[in-house]
Design a protein around this ligand. Structure first.
Ligand code: GLU
Length: 627
């Protein structure tokens, strides 16, 4: 590993930067710790004054969504999610003596109520934890899994891939959910609460309802045609046949009952028994509205697939970067390997000393090279031989970094390299990379507790609204995660690592990340956004670590998502001019990702950060707000 160029403790940088915020690159001046504390004082619903499971200020009945606070500073624990109810429930668990893992499960279960189009017990995810007792980072792979009957041609008909949207809204795309088993495993391994107690707050929110905000209404509107074709979905999300209006209260008593069932019987209730049978019935014969002309293919899941499901504890990925230890999610996610490889490539130059254009040029090229390698080499390690150690080696990074020309953009797509342990400077690869279609849904949450445990948890049902199919009477959507498989092998030599397979887990981009400094947690972060997750996490790390932005500014700063395609999607405000002069090509996109993050400051203080604007803004909170 390279010698660290990062010498000052980050907490010192935060304080120094906050005082001189106006001079920093990026967006608006951050409020800094003092301002953030004041904001939290105003956010009654976020800091828990609404009481356990009950409505906060502006809660149900008030017709106003609870206030969202994007930055909070304080002690005693922190939670950051995209949603004020979920953050409140997580903070309440911490306040009652639960730890970061308990709070993460409680907040995730609440997101299953209030963000049902992004996450829930019908989906999967990746749980990364810093366990203070063992001083280690550990992970749970709770990825959805293909049925035993799924072969490599599952998404091919008459020699052609079926249309992507048809694959999404189908039983075929539904993988065995991993989220319930993830919650149980996390609680069993590191938690202090029973599943029953961890689900209590979320169950109350499902029972009492939540106030529909603009983001939820917009997401429902975008899915309305699809939802209308599935009566079980329409009954829940299109009450009286219409998109719920902003300010109305949406209750989900079916989900409350399902959560109570899990609380009573454990998650086995979903993997075996009547609920398992209902899931299988729904997947094998999707409940399509009479008269609908939608083509809805049945799925291949059997009860034996549900019964066979298990989460996989995995070693995290690890790279050192500027003297920090960066831990991420191992395959089948490509999050940890791709963020890690890009960081290793970036570490070959001192990004912090470069001008803005050169710093961003290196970010773009490092991400592009890492994406080429991701597409070529990463899949489910139970099925393909992923050269993970080599992908994350400094030798491979050095070989890849040689390709970067400070004076000109690399022609895209760049070809993947050969992570074979033998490295020549600037040796070219030979297979073109590509950008597979992926969803823009998902959610990420981050928690920390007073004992030093930290969680970064990304969970999803894949597309916004998943498969679009609610299990009748059960209150949750089934995922369409199996569309994360690559449908056909487009490589020259038949080496696509992400084709469907029996019992296989599709490649993910989810990148829950925990950074340690001197063996202690410093940062935890993650984001939704399909394959843009990787660049959102990478760019936020570069913003924070190399460019010295305070964490809230690092999250808020305009993003670009270089993924080795012909153009780079960028938000308005991302500084393009210098990069265009080097030959980079940009395409507009309104927004990328919806990150949450926590930084552990000095003297036990926590900085909890959510999006100020993207996807309607997120909700950060701490147990004891302090200036
Ligand atoms: N299914 C995607 C993945 O696992 C995430 C979907 C999203 O973030 O929109 O990478």
């Amino acid at each position: 590993m390279r010698t660290s160029t990062f010498t000052r403790p980050l907490a010192v940088v935060v304080a120094a930067v906050a005082l001189t915020a106006g001079a920093l690159p990026g967006s608006a001046a951050p409020p800094g710790p003092a301002g953030a504390g004041a904001d939290v004082d105003g956010g009654a619903s976020v800091d828990g004054r609404g009481g356990p499971g009950g409505p906060g200020r502006g809660g149900p009945g008030h017709g106003r969504p609870p206030a969202k606070v994007p930055v909070a500073v304080g002690t005693g624990g922190a939670v950051s999610t995209v949603d004020p109810d979920a953050t409140r429930v997580g903070l309440d668990v911490l306040r009652r003596g639960g730890n970061a893992v308990d709070a993460a499960v409680a907040a995730a279960a609440t997101l299953g109520v209030t963000e049902p189009y992004s996450a829930g017990i019908g989906g999967g995810g990746f749980f990364v934890v810093y366990d203070a007792a063992s001083r280690t980072v550990q992970t749970i792979d709770g990825r959805e899994t293909a049925p035993a009957a799924m072969g490599p041609d599952a998404f091919v008909e008459d020699g052609v891939a079926i249309p992507f949207e048809e694959a999404v809204a189908s039983g075929l795309s539904v993988g065995v959910p991993g989220t319930p088993a993830t919650w149980q495993a996390a609680l069993d391994t590191w938690g202090t609460l029973s599943l029953r107690d961890a689900l209590a707050g979320a169950t109350r929110v499902a029972e009492k309802g939540f106030v529909v905000d603009q983001t939820f209404a917009d997401q429902t509107e975008a899915n309305a045609d699809r939802f209308a074709d599935f009566p079980s979905t329409a009954a829940l999300f299109l009450p009286r046949g219409a998109v719920p209006r902003v300010g109305s209260v949406l209750r989900n008593p079916d989900l409350a009952r399902t959560y109570r069932l899990l609380a009573r019987q454990g998650v086995d209730a979903l993997y075996a028994g009547p609920l398992a049978q209902e899931i299988i019935d729904t997947v094998q014969a999707p409940p399509v509205a009479p008269g609908s002309t939608r083509v809805v293919r049945p799925g291949l899941l059997e009860t034996s697939d549900l019964a066979a499901y298990d989460v996989v504890p995995r070693e995290p990925t690890h790279v050192t970067y500027r003297g920090l230890d960066v831990y991420g999610m191992a395959p089948p996610s490509s999050g940890g390997s791709t963020v890690g490889e890009a960081l290793n490539i970036l570490e070959t130059v001192d990004v912090g000393t470069l001008d803005e254009t050169q710093a961003l040029h290196h970010y773009v090229e490092a991400a592009s090279l890492a994406f080429a390698d991701r597409n070529r080499w990463v899949g489910d390690p139970a099925f393909v031989d992923v050269p993970l150690a080599e992908l994350l080696s400094d030798g491979f990074a050095a070989e890849r970094a040689c390709l970067i020309d400070p004076a000109a953009a690399l022609p895209k797509p760049v070809t993947p390299g050969s992570p074979d342990g033998t490295y020549e400077p600037c040796a070219p690869g030979d297979d073109p990379g590509s950008e597979a279609p992926e969803g823009t849904s998902t959610t990420h949450l981050t928690t920390a507790d007073r004992w030093g445990n930290v969680v970064a948890y990304t969970l999803t049902i894949e597309s916004t609204g998943g498969s679009g199919i609610v299990v009748p009477g059960r209150g949750f959507l089934l995922n369409n995660e199996l569309t994360d498989f690559t449908f056909t092998d487009e490589t020259q030599d038949g080496v696509e690592p992400n084709l469907p397979g029996p019992g296989k887990r599709p490649r993910s981009s989810m990148a829950p990340t925990i950074v340690l400094q001197d063996g202690r947690p410093l940062l935890a972060l993650g984001s939704p956004g399909g394959s843009t997750i990787i660049t959102t996490v990478l760019q936020t790390l570069v913003n924070r670590i190399d460019l010295g932005m305070p964490l809230d500014e690092a999250v808020a700063a305009p993003r670009a998502t270089p993924r080795n395609g012909p153009s780079i999607q960028a938000e308005p405000g991302f500084p393009r001019t210098g990069l265009e002069a080097l030959g980079h090509v940009f395409a507009d996109t309104p927004e990328i990702g919806a990150a949450t993050a926590i930084e552990l400051l000095d003297r036990g203080k926590l900085l909890s950060v959510a999006e100020p604007e993207r996807r309607g803004g997120g909700s950060a909170g701490v147990v004891h707000p302090r200036r």
